[in-house]
Design a protein around this ligand. Structure first.
Ligand SMILES: [Zn+2]
Ligand SMILES: [Zn+2]
Length: 250
């Protein structure tokens, strides 16, 4: 299972950066997880976007969705010219309804509901979800295959159900939008780097990748805060590839 980080910033990117987007590939199946602004451009540095098999959106905030509104123009042409034979499967939470209703476009997407607690099989991936604590419904995803397990937090405040979902994950890709000082101010909706690290340690995750970096914060500070609780914590890096393989706990 190969994960390519296409964009790892939120709620907006720095110059030259992109918001949330992660390409997950196994056995010639190409799954895109989130599709924020800048992701379609980045994707094409690794894969022809017409070769995507499915997209799954953790939630319907624009920093996770906005390039879906752009990719459709290419897909419509590809379908018309026979470069694609079928619509792109697009899984997303159904709320807010007004945002969900904006997803379909001229039959280029086959939009499917991502329902809380309902497992899915998408290509080689078995996917479970848990609802996070966020301004709108946001799903954490546990993606299993023959090769390993990736858990992705989506956007969320601290919650123990995420720790449970991330149990023994080979790679835990966890948002860390905040730093300790943000929590002291009582900012809602996101995790700090130290909270992400505590969750990873509690879950026994084999590897922790911090993501959803805030573009105006020093990521070195986030990393220091995370390493107090999970010494091997790493920062997700745009363009980097990560091989996910099942590892033994011992
Ligand atoms: Zn976000
Ligand atoms: Zn969000």
């Amino acid at each position: 299972m190969k994960l390519t980080v296409l964009g790892c910033y939120g709620p907006f990117p720095p110059g030259g950066g992109a918001c949330s987007g992660y390409l997950l590939q196994e056995s010639d199946f190409n799954l895109l997880i989130d599709c924020g602004n800048g992701v379609l451009s980045r994707l094409q540095e690794h894969l022809d976007y017409q070769k995507l098999d499915a997209v799954i959106l953790s939630h319907l905030h624009p920093d996770h969705v906005s390039d879906i509104m752009i990719m459709r123009y290419g897909l419509v042409i590809a379908l018309k010219e026979g470069l694609r034979s079928k619509p792109l499967q697009l899984y997303a939470p159904t709320e807010p309804v007004s945002e969900f209703d904006r997803l379909p476009y001229k039959d280029c997407y086959e939009v499917k509901a991502l329902q809380e607690g309902v497992s899915l099989q998408i290509g080689p991936f078995s996917i479970q979800n848990r609802l996070g604590l966020h301004a709108i419904p946001s799903m954490a995803l546990r993606i299993n295959s023959r090769e390993g397990t990736l858990v992705y937090s989506g956007d969320t405040e601290y919650n123990r159900s995420l720790e449970k979902l991330a149990g023994d994950a080979d790679l835990f890709l966890c948002e860390a939008n905040y730093q300790d000082q943000d929590l002291q101010k009582g900012l809602p909706n996101h995790l700090s780097a130290s909270q992400a690290a505590k969750l990873a340690a509690g879950a026994g995750a084999k590897r922790l990748l911090l993501t959803h970096h805030h573009p105006e914060k020093d990521q070195a500070v986030s990393l220091v805060e995370a390493k107090k609780y999970y010494p091997e914590a790493e920062l997700a890096c745009e363009g980097e590839k990560y091989i996910i393989q099942r590892r033994n706990s011992s």
